[in-house]
Design a protein around this ligand. Structure first.
Ligand code: LLP
Length: 418
């Protein structure tokens, strides 16, 4: 029997599959999330980092139902990176004053919408962007609230695809940009500096890099306060808290929040608000990708299990060589070695190579764990495969469909035969 955070996974998946079949005549793979886990993860942060505020990283998980559950928490806002995410955050109930807008390449239209709404701030990544905001705000006769995303050049021990705080990365303002940016704000009546921010990467387990970043931001905080004659309202240390992908049941915490809280308190006292932008820490454990075995093929030394989910649903294993636990819901005695692959026409469509699992049979359900973050949000319709539905297990134990299966009509809706 496979238990996922207090629930028998076989029963849970069967209930969700039945609901999808009855309501939508749907019989494919799906995402399932647990509300109770979301509440727990939120609470862990609220208790672990007292006094701090959180801007949930919408890019990690953007389902409206899940976002609205997060929006209900007083100390949570939203960190968005596009007009689409901004729209979602508003629809989910985040007040504009609790939304920050990040991203290296904001368009003029996105800046205009953010200014019209009066969002908490734009996390500015370049001098050119700062000038755009100043100009568009002036045209609208409003004052744009901006924060500088700084590049602290901090080394983080994580996958090379997800480090962001190094000088060579495309993100943030360099030392020279910072001085220039302060001059621009000082000279622009249409700009107000409200914060300083840095995000150094993802899947971080050490407090050390955050402390280096906090110290770096402290120096810049002093410089900015002096140059502008007012202290920025907040300092944001970004997201990045790591999660352990090795277990399915896990609601484990692999980060020393107490040490971080103490150190950050020591560096900033109560001079300014401290923000974090967690994504994965909250959203990863919430979700599993449920998929059924379609066919089995014997190869030398291993068996290839073709499942009905594919790289277009969950691309992390293919894109980052990321490990996800894959747990057969039907437990058999014997153990065998499997390649778990999807039906997409590419060799890279492989969830796991040579993974030892309990014996599989056709139609068995698999739970692919820790799939709540950067899972459904990174899905595509490659191979014209439809986006799969999302299901929520509520705290009361109800099954709710929170995203319907995409239909063939929707797939082609915007295409025009000319
Ligand atoms: N803040 C900023 C400015 C970010 O760029 C990110 C993530 C976060 C917060 C949230 O980081 P988290 O707490 O989730 O680590 N697709 C990759 C991860 C890319 C992360 C990009 N930035 C993956 O699947 O591992």
């Amino acid at each position: 029997q496979l238990i996922w955070h207090g629930h028998d996974t076989a029963t849970l998946l069967a209930r969700a599959a039945k609901e999808l079949a009855e309501k939508h005549h749907y019989t494919g793979p799906f995402w399932v999330y647990q509300e109770a886990l979301l509440s727990e993860r939120v609470k862990l942060l609220e208790q672990g980092l007292p006094g701090c505020k959180f801007y949930f990283s919408v890019k990690s998980q953007s389902n409206l139902s899940l976002l609205s559950l997060i929006a209900a928490h007083e100390r949570f806002g939203a960190d968005v990176v596009s007009g689409g995410e901004l729209y979602r955050a508003l629809k989910a109930g985040f007040a504009p004053g609790k939304i920050v807008f990040a991203g290296v390449g904001k368009s003029e239209a996105e800046i205009a919408v953010g200014l019209d709404l009066g969002i908490r701030s734009f996390h500015v990544e370049s001098i050119a962007e700062l000038s755009d905001i100043a100009r568009i705000a002036a045209e609208k006769s409003v004052v744009g609230s901006v924060s500088f995303r700084l590049n602290p050049d901090v080394e983080v021990d994580t996958h090379r695809h997800i480090t962001t705080g190094k000088e060579e990365n495309k993100f943030g303002l360099s030392e020279a940009d910072f001085a220039e940016a302060l001059k621009i704000v000082k000279a622009s009546p249409s700009l107000r500096l409200v914060g300083l921010q840095a995000h150094i990467g993802s899947q971080i387990f050490d407090v050390g890099p955050y402390l280096k970043t906090a110290e770096y931001l402290r120096q810049k905080f002093n410089i900015a306060s002096e140059a502008l004659g007012a202290k920025p309202e907040y300092v944001s240390l970004g997201g990045g808290f790591g999660v352990n992908y090795q277990q399915l049941e896990g609601n484990a915490v692999n980060f020393d929040f107490a040490a971080l809280a103490k150190a950050v308190q020591g560096i900033f006292a109560s001079e300014t608000e401290i923000h974090f932008e967690p994504g994965r820490f909250i959203s990863a454990p919430l979700g599993i990708l449920a998929s059924q075995v379609r066919h089995l093929k014997q190869r030398t030394g291993k068996i290839i299990a073709i499942i009905d989910a594919a790289m277009n649903d969950l691309i992390r294993p293919m894109l980052y060589e990321a490990y996800h636990p894959i747990l057969p819901v039907q437990r058999r005695e014997k153990k065998l070695v499997y390649d778990i692959v999807g039906p997409v026409c590419e060799s890279t469509d492989t969830f796991a190579h040579a993974r030892e699992l309990t014996e599989l049979a056709e139609k068995d359900w698999l739970a692919i764990g820790y799939a709540g973050a950067y899972g459904s949000v990174m899905s595509s319709t490659f191979n014209s495969r439809l986006l799969i539905p999302e299901v929520l297990l509520t705290e009361k134990g109800e099954i709710r469909i929170i995203r319907k299966p995409q239909t063939l009509e929707q797939l082609l809706a915007n295409e025009v035969v000319n």
